[in-house]
Design a protein around this ligand. Structure first.
Ligand SMILES: Nc1nc2c(ncn2[C@@H]2O[C@H](COP(=O)(O)OP(=O)(O)OP(=O)(O)O)[C@@H](O)[C@H]2O)c(=O)[nH]1
Ligand SMILES: [Mg+2]
Length: 365
């Protein structure tokens, strides 16, 4: 039973870059991952693509054949994919049950807010055994303006209600946040979606008085649902990617799957569909994933300040907003030290001592 995620969000919010980043991260972690491109307009795909919708239908063909513009053509392509779900199912069979699968979606938000084809495709994937989470990327730039922030909250809420998947909203490109000037509140206010009535002053200042009641009604609606919250992402930052990976793994349930050799809990029922000569307790249903990260994924992870704490919005604010230059300099110095150490190893000749320590001329050994 493969795990995976559906990556959605507005145009340019960083979906394809995130898929590429996650492919690199998983390769480094030795965890199998396949990216499926479901965006027929994705011309320069940055990641190695396991399955590409362009081999089923191209956006230009759809536009030419039906006299559609780019947006209509895109909706047609997704409807065509739904009608040809067998193509997707067959392609996914070749990927392997233990492989984590990412679906890179087009940026047309109506696909994940009110068009039914994508929702039905996702439900059919769940029916054939995929355990998916939706990862909804929103450009962090939107938190710099109260009315844009409200609209991104509404968009996130609408996407959550429409796709009906375990859902993670993400403020992407958080590393660029300091370029947009000072925030009215700490980052935590925006990620936790705290008491939104504090926004009413800024909203009233930026819109005509007749919209005041509408603003308050929207705020109350979002607060009544109490569903929306945000993770943050700077795709080139390893701790940020690891933090989001763990959040998604918790949402899909991946972290709760025991490793292959873990003792069976009392009362575990054997898998009746296994062949007589195979282990009745083995198989994707009982053990969907041999790379489960139960202990490590639930464990504390280092914050930007080096402490063993989950990376909170305060850490993220310090890293990317309050002390960005100091942290950049600190990281650069670390990379320089690493590069010098590697150069020293190459120059000095490397030797392993009987106690297992690596030594060479450059280390004075
Ligand atoms: N600084 C910064 N730039 C990013 C980040 N993620 C993405 N970008 C940039 O944002 C731009 C858009 O990224 P894409 O990955 O193409 O966005 P997308 O959501 O796939 O776009 P569409 O497929 O057109 O909807 C690119 O120039 C990326 O380099 C990030 O974490 N930090
Ligand atoms: Mg893209």
């Amino acid at each position: 039973m493969p795990f995976g995620e559906v990556v959605c969000g507005s145009p340019g919010s960083g979906k394809s870059t995130y898929c590429h980043g996650k492919h690199q991260l998983f390769t480094a972690l030795n965890r199998p991952l396949a990216v499926v491109n479901l965006d027929p307009a994705n011309e320069n795909i940055p990641y190695p693509c396991a399955l590409d919708i362009s081999s089923l239908i191209s956006l230009n063909d759809a536009m030419d054949a039906h006299g559609l513009g780019p947006n209509g053509g895109m909706l047609y392509c997704i409807e065509y994919l739904e009608a040809n779900f067998d193509w997707l199912e067959e392609g996914l069979k070749g990927i392997g049950a233990e492989t984590y699968v990412m679906f890179d979606l087009p940026g047309q938000v109506e696909l994940s807010t009110n068009h039914d084809s994508l929702k039905r495709i996702v439900h059919r994937l769940s029916k054939i055994g995929f355990r998916l989470a939706a990862v909804h990327l929103c450009d962090a730039h939107y938190v710099t303006d109260a009315s844009k922030y409200i609209s991104v909250l509404l968009l996130s809420l609408r996407t959550m209600l429409h796709l009906e998947l375990p859902h993670i909203n993400v403020l992407s490109k958080i590393d660029l946040l300091s370029n947009y000037g000072d925030l009215d509140f700490n980052l935590e206010f925006y990620t936790e979606v705290q008491d939104l009535s504090y926004l009413s002053n800024s909203l009233d200042a930026s819109s005509p008085p007749r919209f005041a009641a509408l603003n308050m009604a929207l705020i109350e609606l979002i607060e009544d649902y109490a569903l929306v919250g945000f993770e943050t992402l700077a795709v080139e930052d390893k701790s940020s990617m690891l933090h989001l990976m763990r959040a998604v793994d918790r949402a899909t349930g991946y972290v709760f799957v025991p490793p292959k050799d873990a003792p069976k809990p009392p009362g575990t029922v054997p898998n009746a569909s296994n062949s007589p000569d195979s282990d009745p307790y083995d198989g994707p249903t009982l053990r969907p994933n041999q790379d489960a990260l139960f202990s490590s994924a639930m464990a504390p992870i280092p914050g930007t300040a080096g402490q063993d704490v989950p990376m909170s919005a305060r850490d993220v604010q310090e890293r990317w907003v309050d002390a960005r230059d100091a942290w950049d300099a600190y990281e650069r110095a670390g990379w320089r030290r690493e590069a010098e150490a590697v150069r020293g190893l190459m120059k000095g000749g490397i030797r392993e001592r009987h106690d297992g320590k690596i030594v060479g001329k450059s280390f004075g050994a």
